[in-house]
Design a protein around this ligand. Structure first.
Ligand SMILES: C[S@@+](CC[C@H](N)C(=O)[O-])C[C@H]1O[C@@H](n2cnc3c(N)ncnc32)[C@H](O)[C@@H]1O
Length: 187
């Protein structure tokens, strides 16, 4: 889907902010707050969850409607929470040079962003560079078939660059109707 189609989606789902994924809650509830990048942040269910827990979050999305929805949600939060959020227009398939600040994040998220295979393959190797020492990268994206081929592709791209702590497939029933690869690694 292009940005216009995502705009349409977010217009149709205005106010529908959803809950953070269980995987995020389980992995990060006990983690100390730091700096996070949320790529393809949508209406911001993870960005807001993190900001509420003290994280400073840069949320990136190419949909103006998504960014507006996130802005509205942030405005409903206490000022201290809203101040921890920065919302940026970025296309993950054609990012401008230096869009990912090097070694600037303690956590980078790519969740439920359904990029074309070639674009995901191009994006993944860039992500570990966004992490400071010990920083975590969580990729949870829909994959075709039974999910194994997609998982292996993601794993193959990240394994040389990170220490993987988890790599598996979330079944469709747990991942919004389609299997998702779920990979977490640390710099
Ligand atoms: C299903 S939503 C998921 C949002 C959020 N990550 C979450 O888990 O709730 C997918 C989001 O990815 C964004 N997106 C899709 N392709 C993108 C791209 N090429 N660049 C930036 N954002 C993109 C869409 O605009 C949409 O807001």
């Amino acid at each position: 889907m292009d940005a216009a189609a995502w705009d349409q989606y977010h217009r149709a789902h205005r106010g529908d902010r959803g809950w953070a994924e269980e995987t995020v809650i389980e992995l990060l509830t006990a983690a100390p707050a730091g700096r996070a990048l949320d790529l393809g942040a949508g209406a911001g269910r993870h960005a807001l969850w993190l900001a509420n827990r003290g994280w400073s979050v840069t949320a990136m999305d190419f949909s103006a409607e998504a960014r507006a929805e996130l802005g509205r949600a942030a405005a409903e939060m206490p000022a201290a929470v809203a101040e921890r959020l920065t919302v940026v227009d970025a296309d993950l398939t054609a990012p401008p040079a230096d869009w990912l600040p090097a070694a600037a994040a303690d956590l980078t998220l790519l969740i439920d962003v359904d990029l074309p295979e070639a674009d995901l393959a191009a994006l993944l190797p860039a992500l570990p560079g966004s992490l400071g020492p010990g920083g975590g990268l969580l990729v949870q994206v829909p994959v075709g078939g039974d999910g194994q081929a997609g998982l292996q592709a993601i794993r193959g791209a990240l394994e040389p660059l990170l220490t993987l702590e988890y790599a598996g497939v979330l079944p469709a029933a747990e991942a919004g109707g389609r299997p998702s690869a779920f990979v977490f690694g640390r710099a």
